[in-house]
Design a protein around this ligand. Structure first.
Ligand SMILES: Nc1ncnc2c1ncn2[C@@H]1O[C@H](COP(=O)(O)OP(=O)(O)OP(=O)(O)O)[C@@H](O)[C@H]1O
Ligand SMILES: [Mg+2]
Length: 265
């Protein structure tokens, strides 16, 4: 397995308590999560707002330190690995964020942003390499001289993807990466992601509210609720015969475009 969580729980300090002295109570936001993702596999993480999808994605990347259980990356136990020990692995695991507007430094040009990412990991950061990277995500070399605010939402997300794939990662967490985009731009960005995965073979944890997108993109799906995994399986099987009534409700709530079109007639 490339990435694995074993009986992993995550507690955070309860900020709602107004404590002057003493320890804050801890809130459990992930409970007893076991999940494994093979090399090259794509897994959808689905659930309502607040169900713990982002927390799980960040825990798998060891951006959070689990309170219980273990995280393994390529067989190595990284549950409590120190930043120095994680640094060489950082290149191999990347995150694409929901809102590239806030994850891209507004004061740096696109070329500067990508150069920084490449340089940080000692990779070729020449303008030829950056132009090739931009080309991979469908942007012209001239985008190098642009600033994030000068790009459209779809173009910005392409830059976010370029930054993540620059390091040829083995594992990418994509967290609601198309939710701010209009429908046709969403389709283009997802198509790009699908193509890059086919070319580069990285494993993907794809976080989304949108089950129809997960159905199109992910081989396996994990359904979360209240910080726990309530169902998982091969996407086609879960959609055809969900075991949990909650999953059934989620599936039934997927809008059917055909039906909607008919209603408009
Ligand atoms: N640092 C934190 N401190 C306290 N509570 C947190 C923290 N991070 C997350 N939570 C809580 O943990 C729960 C899970 O949050 P998380 O962001 O992982 O959910 P999500 O499934 O990604 O939701 P969304 O679909 O809205 O992005 C929520 O109730 C959230 O309020
Ligand atoms: Mg989230």
């Amino acid at each position: 397995m490339l990435i694995e969580a074993r009986n992993m729980s995550l507690d955070v300090p309860d900020m709602s308590q107004q404590l002057l002295i003493g320890r804050r109570r801890r809130l459990r936001i992930l409970n007893n999560i076991s999940i494994s993702i093979a090399k090259g596999e794509s897994v959808g993480l689905v659930g309502e707002s607040g169900s713990g999808k982002t927390s799980l994605g960040r825990s798998l990347l060891r951006l959070y330190e689990p309170s219980e259980g273990q995280i393994l990356f390529d067989g190595e136990d990284i549950t409590h690995a120190a930043p120095a020990a994680l640094k060489p692995l950082r290149r191999r695991m990347q995150m694409i964020f929901q809102d590239p507007q806030s994850s891209l430094n507004p004061r740096r040009s696109i070329g500067g942003i990508l150069e920084g990412a490449l340089r940080l990991h000692g990779l070729d950061a020449s303008s030829t390499a950056i132009a090739a990277l931009l080309d991979r995500v469908g942007l012209p070399a001239s985008a190098m001289g642009r600033y994030p605010h000068q790009l459209s939402g779809g173009q910005r997300q392409r830059v976010g993807i370029a930054r993540a794939i620059a390091l040829k990662p083995d594992f990418v967490v994509a967290d609601e990466i198309v939710s701010g985009l209009d429908v046709s731009t969403q389709a283009q960005v997802l198509d790009l992601l699908r193509r890059l995965r086919a070319e580069m073979g990285m494993a993907l944890a794809f976080i989304s509210h949108d089950l129809s997108v997960v159905r199109a993109l992910c081989e396996r799906v994990v359904i979360m609720r209240g910080g726990e995994i309530i169902e998982e399986g091969r996407t086609a099987e879960v959609f055809a015969a969900p075991r949990s009534p909650f999953t059934r409700t989620l599936i039934d709530s997927i809008p059917l475009p055909e039906v909607r079109e008919n209603w408009l007639d």
